[in-house]
Design a protein around this ligand. Structure first.
Ligand SMILES: C[S@@+](CC[C@H](N)C(=O)[O-])C[C@H]1O[C@@H](n2cnc3c(N)ncnc32)[C@H](O)[C@@H]1O
Length: 280
């Protein structure tokens, strides 16, 4: 479609993610709207322009997460959207022009969340927030996740970028991984402890060139380790087993995580995830 040249095409796994966000955002807003003393905010850190095209049917427009959030009833009290790409935030401004209390920022969400937006949703101020962290790649910093866990007022959906990790970091010859990719992985994980998970088996030595060949942990083991980290290090009390999001050849591209302080929230998400487990 010529008029949508800068618009991403998304696969069925992303559509499933969006359906899940839609279902949970509705449930969340219903519950929070009944609590008269609390105000509830939606935060979308890698917001995109608000819509996409389908990978398989390029004429089909798909509502992105900001559009879904703006259409959620009952409405949220405030909406924060961030994207680094100014073309995308410009499109989003058009989409949101008839909505109140929408705050759109063009910039790096790692900085904006920690310094400007999370401070707006403090527990002590009776504010609560649902925050979507939806990077395509390893470009989210652990500080964001950690701060969300410590605040107690914020729950998150997190798109865990397994594909980027497998392609660029979890190599059987770790010495060949670039420093830039190691830095991105450390920034996402928060430290280097991912190495102990990913390379937990004893290494073999390559017969001909004497270099080390590592056995790399499977995707589920890495995801389970991150699930434990969300609880033990970031301080979220409830982290359901994440949902693997797969492509048509059954390869896991992402895991969708949810983390919260509320048992009822985790139960709702577990119930939604169960509708999709095994369906991909
Ligand atoms: C997966 S897309 C978002 C899709 C959107 N959440 C949805 O479901 O409709 C990722 C977006 O993040 C933006 N982005 C990448 N790095 C960023 C960063 N550090 N801060 C803010 N936005 C970023 C990209 O420009 C891109 O639009």
């Amino acid at each position: 479609m010529a008029e949508f040249e800068n618009i991403d095409e998304i696969g069925s796994w992303s559509e499933i993610k969006l359906e899940i966000i839609q279902k949970y955002a509705h449930a969340y807003s219903v519950i929070l709207s009944k609590k008269n003393n609390l105000s509830h905010t939606y935060i979308d850190a890698f917001s995109g322009p608000g819509f996409h095209l389908s990978k398989t049917d390029k004429d089909r427009v798909i509502q992105g997460s900001p559009w879904i959030a703006l259409g959620t009833e009952p409405r949220f009290d405030d909406y924060y959207f961030i994207d680094m790409d100014s073309d995308k935030t410009d499109m989003l401004k058009l989409l949101a022009q008839n909505h109140d209390r929408v705050h759109i920022s063009n910039g790096d969400c790692n900085n904006l969340l920690v310094n400007r937006i999370f401070p707006e949703v403090q527990y002590r101020d009776y504010r609560r927030a649902l925050c979507l962290l939806d990077p395509y790649r390893l470009n989210l910093n652990w500080e964001v996740i950690f701060q969300a866990g410590q605040m107690k007022s914020v729950e998150i959906f997190l798109n865990f970028p397994t594909m980027d990790m497998n392609r660029n970091v979890f190599w059987r010859h770790p010495e060949k991984v670039s420093q830039n990719n190691i830095n991105r992985m450390n920034a996402f994980w928060g430290d280097e402890s991912w190495r102990d998970i990913v390379y937990s088996e004893p290494q073999q030595i390559h017969l001909f060139d004497n270099t080390a060949i590592e056995k790399v942990a499977d995707n589920d083991s890495v995801a389970r380790a991150f699930q434990a980290r969300l609880k033990e290090k970031a301080g979220f009390q409830y982290v359901p087993s994440p949902l693997p999001l797969k492509n048509s050849t059954d390869a896991t591209l992402y895991y969708l995580f949810f983390a919260s302080q509320q048992p009822v929230a985790a139960n709702i998400v577990e119930d939604i995830f169960s509708q999709y487990r095994g369906a991909m």
